[in-house]
Design a protein around this ligand. Structure first.
Ligand SMILES: [Zn+2]
Length: 769
């Protein structure tokens, strides 16, 4: 449905929320568009009306006759133990602004069953040893036709110790409640003498880039500029006019020169001469183009729009580059004279209300990358922060600039900052879409895409100018819309237009150039707004069958979760903003498929841990008891407890600083992981369920056939996505051989899977009948 709506030209990306029966988003629409959306099957909510999770227990439902779990036939002696059960995926407790919340995801293996749909009931206790109660019916989450899981978020005043989930077919399980972002260490901003809060308002690209260059000049020992090689389109357009209405007699004219290079000086006039039997002609004087309309034998006007357009293209002495009938018209109408010469315009001088002072430099643009690090020679792990792929997202740019200021101002005086600067190599792209960002600041605040126009005649008239451009975060190579993944559009005016081919745009080519030139880059964060989400892979799927890009192995997944917890705890430390667990994970699991996004490419092509961040977004308002949504350009000094560009900049800069620390620690990590088979080798009667545990996020490779484990051996996997590792039922004597590899590549016991050593782990599970 989202694809359909976007393809129809509605701009509803970002600020989107998964709700139990669909996706909720905002769009600016008129009455006619509302009718069109309704006809497409979209449900229209009122202004400020949005889904809220029920805070009231509903009594749940009565499980229909508990059914004894049937032992499965076991074809082999090691099989998955937990088929046909209800499983708890997550049970997270968090507090924000004095209010407790419980968020639960649970899954039933019968969740895909359509008739009848399997219901799930959730109960919680009120602390250790207290009874279960407050039964609720869980919300079933279905995406692209596939059952995902059931889930609920609700307020609770006391932290539960356990939950119980019961399915309507008799499955039941209990789960322990975990803390989410509770008890985090203090942020760096609490360090004595630490300096922060450098940004005094939104910054357009000229301000961002000149400050980046100034920082490089002021701190040459730790900072420099890397200029990206692919120049962008620039803040420039051809001058245009649509002359003669929008009917069959209308002609769309575009200048050969950019507007600021003379195109804006071109005028076009359609002239009627006295007389009869006159041919169509074009007269050029300076920048004035006069089309002398033809007349028939009776003295009537006789030039069609198609004929006038063709004459303009061939006879304007190079002033007009393209002329064509309006949109899909054939141009069969007879052109009427203009009352005066029509001036072509690039419309860039038409400034929106609230535009900053000053002129925007025209011409192709070069993007500077601010590189910060004491050792910028490849020895340290690189961290790429890429802000503002989407032009209207102003907070990501100020957030990124704030981290730069914190680094250079605290480097000499704050020990933690010094560690970051000495142990990482940071690349900050303060705006990866400067042309679009300028257009957003100066002309059209809601601009999302870049300023390259790939539209053909049907969409090339100037009334379409706010819809041109490529969605840079759909223009990459992995999980691309060009390969059938969902969420990228082939329509040039769509908000998610993916471009004519992969990497068609200089802005995306630049990012690929950067990570290929600086192959020490091992972490990246693509910073967006405003959704209150933290993402990784998978971020795209083929809709038919919901085939995602490959899921990260369990070790990477655990590392992502661990890092997310650290990053978001630091965000929370500023003003108790909580990014909820439902908004954290593989982006296609928790939000929607975004084909060709940068994260998929960076992770799968280069092995870079690649996060996507939606800063801003929902924040709990204790005054109303509701979660309040954010916006792309909230008032800079808005409500400091709710929606405010300044507060968001400060809290999310905390999170980026934590990502730098994660990278610094990752680079220093020489500690080998350890792992265990639980409950371990030994003698068991009949059968035993076993699983692996690791000392830190790590991926396990194992064998059960007596062979040496290698990187080609089976990988220990999650039971299902967002769940912990598999549980194996062992029904016959089996020897497990395995090793683990942590996120930094350290191998347990220094085992080398490529060589012939035998220092892998081994345990024999002996089954006696
Ligand atoms: Zn975005």
């Amino acid at each position: 449905m989202l694809d359909k709506v976007v393809a129809a030209g509605y701009d509803v990306d970002h600020g989107l929320t998964r709700v139990p029966d669909g996706i909720e988003g905002e769009a600016h629409v008129d009455a006619g568009q509302i009718a069109e959306l309704k006809a497409m099957g979209v449900r229209i909510l009122g202004e400020n009306e949005r889904f809220t999770w029920s805070d009231v227990a509903d009594g749940g439902f009565r499980a229909a006759g508990a059914r004894a779990a049937q032992p499965l036939a076991q074809p082999a002696q090691v099989t998955e133990a937990n088929a046909a059960t209800v499983r708890v995926v997550r049970a997270d407790w968090f507090t924000t602004k004095g209010q407790g919340f419980l968020y639960v995801e649970a899954r039933t293996t019968e969740g895909g069953q359509a008739n009848p749909i399997v219901l799930m009931q959730l109960e919680n206790d009120s602390g250790v040893g207290t009874p279960f109660g407050s039964a609720r019916t869980m919300s079933r989450f279905v995406d692209s036709g596939q059952y995902m899981f059931h889930r609920n978020l609700f307020k609770l005043d006391a932290r539960p110790d356990q939950i119980r989930v019961t399915s309507s077919t008799g499955g039941v399980t209990t789960g322990k409640v975990s803390n989410w972002l509770e008890g985090a260490p203090p942020p760096l901003t609490d360090n004595p003498g630490y300096r922060s809060d450098f940004i005094d308002g939104y910054k357009h690209p000229q301000q961002l880039f000149s400050r980046a260059e100034e920082i490089a000049r002021q701190y040459p020992d730790i900072a420099e500029i890397v200029y990206l090689p692919h120049k962008t389109n620039g803040y420039q357009r051809k001058a245009q006019a649509t002359i003669g209405g929008t009917g069959q007699a209308a002609v769309v004219v575009s200048s050969a020169a950019w507007g600021h290079e003379g195109g804006n000086d071109v005028t076009v006039e359609f002239v009627e001469r006295p007389g009869a039997s006159l041919p169509l002609g074009v007269d050029v004087s300076g920048k004035a183009v006069r089309v002398l309309l033809a007349k028939d034998a009776n003295g009537a006007l006789a030039s069609t729009a198609a004929q006038v357009a063709a004459a303009l293209e061939t006879q304007s002495q190079g002033l007009v580059d393209r002329a064509h009938p309006y949109r899909s018209n054939a141009g069969t109408g007879l052109v009427v004279p203009t009352s005066a010469p029509v001036a072509l315009s690039d419309f860039l001088d038409q400034k929106r209300v609230g535009a900053p002072e000053g002129e925007v430099p025209r011409g192709e643009a070069t993007i500077p990358v601010l590189r910060i690090g004491k050792h910028r020679d490849g020895r340290n792990p690189g961290v790429l922060i890429q802000a503002q792929d989407h032009a209207r997202e102003w907070v990501p740019a100020t957030t990124t600039l704030e981290t730069a200021e914190r680094l250079v101002h605290n480097y000499k005086t704050d020990q933690e900052t010094k560690k970051i600067v000495q142990n990482t190599d940071i690349f900050l792209v303060l705006s990866n879409n400067p042309d679009g960002a300028n257009y957003s600041f100066y002309n059209y605040a809601s601009q999302r895409k870049n300023l390259t126009n790939h539209c053909e005649d049907a969409n090339a008239d100037p009334d379409r100018r706010n819809s041109w451009g490529v969605d840079l975060n759909r223009n990459y190579r992995v999980g691309s819309g060009h390969d059938g993944y969902a969420g990228g559009s082939t329509v040039c005016t769509s908000g998610t237009y993916q471009g004519p081919e992969k990497l068609s745009e200089p802005e995306s080519k630049n990012i690929v150039w950067l990570v290929e030139k600086y192959s020490n880059i091992k972490f990246m964060m693509s910073v967006h707004s405003n959704g209150g989400q933290l993402f990784w892979q998978p971020g795209a799927y083929i809709a038919d069958g919901r085939v995602t890009t490959p899921r990260p192995p369990l070790g990477d997944e655990a590392f992502y979760w661990q890092s997310a917890g650290r990053i978001l705890s630091q965000v929370k430390a500023y003003r108790e903003t909580v990014v909820t667990p439902e908004n954290v994970g593989g982006s296609s699991d928790v939000l929607y498929s975004s084909a060709g996004n940068v994260r998929e490419d960076m992770y799968h092509t280069y092995g870079i841990y690649s996060f996507g961040w939606e800063v801003g977004g929902s924040i709990y308002n204790p005054a109303t008891g509701n979660w309040q949504g954010g916006s792309f350009q909230p008032a800079w000094e808005g409500n400091p407890a709710l929606v405010s560009g300044h507060s968001e900049t400060m809290e999310y800069a905390n999170g980026i600083m934590e990502m730098f620390r994660i990278a610094a620690e990752w680079g220093k990590d020489k500690k080998k992981p350890t792992s265990e088979l639980v409950p371990g080798g030994g003698r068991y009667t009949g059968s035993v369920d076993v699983r692996f545990e690791t000392s830190e996020p790590a991926t396990i490779y194992y064998t059960t056939d007596g062979s040496r484990p290698t990187l080609q051996s089976p990988r220990y996997q999650a039971t299902e996505f967002r769940e912990p590792g598999q549980v194996f039922r062992v029904t016959g004597t089996t020897t497990f051989r395995w090793f683990s590899v942590d996120a930094s590549g350290n191998v347990e016991k220094g085992y080398d899977p490529e060589k012939n050593g035998r220092n892998y782990r081994s345990a024999t599970v002996t089954i006696v009948k």
